[in-house]
Write a protein that binds this ligand. Sequence first.
Ligand code: ZN
Length: 163
Amino acid sequence: MSTPLLAFVFFFLGDSIIAVVTANLIGGLVFFWVDRIILEEKQDKLVKKYLMYLGRWQLTSITLYSVIQLFGPGLIGVLLANLIGGLIFFWVDRWIFTGKTLPPLWEVSEDIVCVDCKKKSVRGYRLVLALNYNRRKEKSPEFRCESCSIKKTKELRKRGLQV
Ligand SMILES: [Zn+2]
């Protein structure tokens, strides 16, 4: 979608670095609202996210500028630049909008004794990996029954963990 916009800016300003920066500034101002819908953003911290987003569009100046130097500011160059940019910056945008960089990893085990309520359970759960949380090399892994696991998850969320 930003391809016609970029082509338009280059038509007027040429393929200098100023044109690239200008194009990305306009793009950031406009496409924030489009990406927000695509990524289903929550309503909090909107201003901070907007600023981060504008910054991230300037990062694309790097990819955009180098591609245009190779292929020229024509439509093909812009198309290529946007393809490469999209591949990379989807992940950056996802992080800006949702704060998530990786989904939490859980281990499920059968016939466990819950560490909290000490009851036997056919299935037990433990969180192995989340952002700022790593229990992959746990020597004595602690499993919890379903209800204790839900309780524990709520606790971890209160401590700011993304699970
Ligand atoms: Zn339990």
